[in-house]
Design a protein around this ligand. Sequence first.
Ligand code: SF4
Length: 370
Amino acid sequence: MYQTNYNWTLDSIMEIYNKPLLDLVFQAASVHREHHDPNKIQVSTLLSVKTGGCSEDCAYCPQAARYFTDIETNDLLSVDQVRVAAERAKKLGSSRLCMGAAWRSVKDNADFDHVLDLVKTVYDLDMEVCCTLGMVSEQQAQKLADAGLYAYNHNLDSSEEFYKEIISTRGYEDRLKTLENVRKANMTICSGGIIGMGESVEDRCQMLLTLAQLNPQPESVPINALVAVEGTPLEEQESVEIWEMIRMVATTRIVMPKTTVRLSAGRTNMTKEGQVFCFMAGASSIFAGDKLLTTPNPDIFEDLALFEKIGITVQQPYEKHAKPNQDQNRTYDESDQVKWSRPDHVIEANEKYKALAKEKRAELNHSKPS
Ligand code: SF4
């Protein structure tokens, strides 16, 4: 039996990544079959519960307030809006609802209390509940867990080295600290990254090494292909080739054999055959829904038709882990305030796009009829 290994080295992961493709896929498929049903896919729906207006400067993200993009922003969705979306997602095969809010970090305020209500609402529908809300303190993570949150998503995005080239407003250590806080609250971790941002193969493998050294390893690792959005500093990046996606999925599967490997953003640029190749290489989950937060995603009915054609069934909620218990009676240490870092480096491309956005907004204001 191929067991979880916490002693990977960068060289050993790179050696796997660079194998002849068919050897790599064969090895990954063999590992996959030891730990997972290869004919089952877990489906998650990603719902943006608060879109845009984020204070961070992630170079790939159209939700960063400092860039000029054409996304529609919205304030927090209501409990009813989320309930309707969750019920629909469940009916169409999703076992998990992941709610995303474009925040730097969670603040202890009415918005967070509202998110806790959203978590309880989805929990009561017997779906796995996941949130991605930015950085969380230990106490905030515990509040989410007590509301019934099953998983917390917080991506490492890339290697620590490359991270400094795409985000200047927070440090890599902040990401790791949040993952630690999530673990302390006994929630499952969802953390992965994006390929196609201009990073090297070494950066990709270094990110996998960092994730694989977490003990326990994350239960879920999303692998995203960059969707280059106009107005962001990465708008001119070319799409990654499907072969790179297959290599990344297969390597993730081998390095973290028990995790759910999620084929995430970028599926609209992949053929169906390419996606099936990724399933063979160990991807065991997709995100469903017309949009992934703000970027396009295949139609769920197309996904379901593909599953039927190739004999895949969908995983049920809590099929692999027990449903968490809620705790409505815990008291919290309200003095638990975290100071997240603000690295003092400047990323020229991000600054350039911030300046461009300012100019465009000024032009727009100028051309408005008075
Ligand atoms: S990725 Fe998240 S933190 Fe970064 S700008 Fe977008 S919404 Fe904000």
